[in-house]
Design a protein around this ligand. Structure first.
Ligand SMILES: Nc1ncnc2c1ncn2[C@@H]1O[C@H](COP(=O)(O)OP(=O)(O)OP(=O)(O)O)[C@@H](O)[C@H]1O
Ligand SMILES: [Mg+2]
Length: 367
């Protein structure tokens, strides 16, 4: 029998960062994405697996976990469906659960002094006792105004927000190795979309509009950095409720019919079309808010994301109303697909997988 000495480290088998899965805990579902990178080609990614598992209603509200058991069970089903062996996960907190603040501190402090200073500064900005928060910081670099000072990004979140997410993962045997923030994860994945735009949209304003179940988030990015972000209360739940009312269906039936078809002929004219108009009007209004509250007067591209981006004809209706070139987000368009992935299904699901994709990309962080 061949004997293998397992004490010898097989370095070539292990990437520097441990393999991990990106897990987005959102209002309507748990979404998981696993990516890999070609060993000798940095930045050449393959989507290995993904899963979307619907959550029961009200398991999550405003980004908070209300029903830990349901979330954990749903996470477990999603993980089973992935058919992966990786148990490390990266999760994200919603923007509203995190306070970020840029502060300035003198350059040249020792590591311990820096930590001490950060904590005492944090006390001023964070409206909770420090024992109740998870505090983190990142040195951005020297201040452009004064090279004697360092710009530091503080991030703080209530411990309960972090602990609930970690508990849900732990309860189904998964291990949290990264806790990100949703808008940052979206920005990471957005780089994959930016690469698909003419000249990678250098110095252009790109409106990434994520229309989910309850919330539409408009995030305007310039050279990969957010210059504006705002939430409006509109989303696919509204359409689901209308389908229920008009056709006398349960919430589950309405959700399934919306995604898979099979509704009567008058669905398009009586239900879908008015909803599409509502969304288009909200987008036009959101862009007006952007123009009046910033120095910018136009956006160059609109990228539609979130589950509602898949609504038939929405991209054309938005382009016609705003006169801005509009596309539906696919963060995987530049990636290879493993043979397990069905391309047509991925095309439909991709716009809602932005955050999960950004979280999965944390696997390739330089270490
Ligand atoms: N193929 C589809 N056609 C139409 N609607 C869809 C499709 N797929 C998903 N949706 C709708 O998109 C919504 C879910 O989108 P998404 O997964 O982006 O939301 P979420 O991230 O869970 O919610 P939120 O961002 O509000 O927290 C649901 O209302 C769902 O019915
Ligand atoms: Mg969402």
């Amino acid at each position: 029998m061949l004997k293998v000495n397992f004490d010898i480290p097989l370095d070539f088998l292990w990437a520097k960062t441990p393999p991990l899965i990106g897990v987005d805990i959102s209002a309507s579902s748990i979404k998981m994405v696993e990516l890999s990178e070609l060993p000798k080609k940095k930045g050449s990614y393959t989507i290995e697996r993904y899963a979307i598992e619907l959550l029961p209603k009200d398991a999550i509200t405003d980004g908070n976990i209300n029903n830990l058991e349901a979330v954990s069970e749903c996470m477990h089903s999603a993980w089973k469906r992935m058919g992966t062996r990786i148990k490390n996960v990266s999760l994200a907190l919603p923007a509203a659960a995190v306070i970020t603040k840029k502060i300035l501190l003198p350059a040249g402090l020792r590591e311990e002094d820096l930590e001490y200073q950060v904590e005492s500064e944090a006390n001023q900005y964070i409206p909770f006792a420090l024992e109740e928060v998870n505090l983190d910081f990142q040195v951005i670099g020297h201040s452009p105004e004064n090279t004697e000072e360092l710009e530091i990004l503080l991030a703080a979140s209530r411990k309960a927000n972090v602990e609930d997410r970690v508990a849900a993962a732990q309860a189904c045997g998964l291990k949290v190795v990264v806790m990100d923030v949703e808008p940052y994860a979206a920005e990471t994945a957005f780089e994959q979309i930016r690469a698909q735009l003419p000249d990678e949209a250098v110095d252009k304003c790109v409106a990434l509009i994520d229309i989910g179940a309850n919330v539409m988030n408009v995030n305007v990015l310039r050279n990969g950095q957010s210059v504006y972000s705002r939430d409006q209360q509109v989303g696919g739940e509204q359409l689901t409720r209308q389908i229920q009312g008009v056709f006398g269906l349960s919430a589950t039936e309405a959700e399934s019919a919306k995604r898979n078809g099979g509704l009567p002929d008058n669905y398009e004219s009586d239900v879908l079309s008015p909803f599409r108009e509502t969304v288009v009007a909200e987008i036009a209004r959101a862009l007006q808010f952007f123009f009046t509250s910033t120095q910018y007067h136009e956006v160059d591209y609109i990228v539609l994301a979130g589950g509602c981006a898949a609504l038939p004809g929405l991209d054309d209706a938005v382009a016609t109303r705003t006169q801005v070139s509009t596309m539906v987000a696919n963060p995987f368009a530049m990636m290879s697909l493993s043979s397990r992935i069905k391309p047509r299904q991925l095309q439909a699901d991709a716009p809602s997988l932005i955050i999960a994709c950004g979280l999965a990309m944390r696997r390739f962080d330089p270490s």
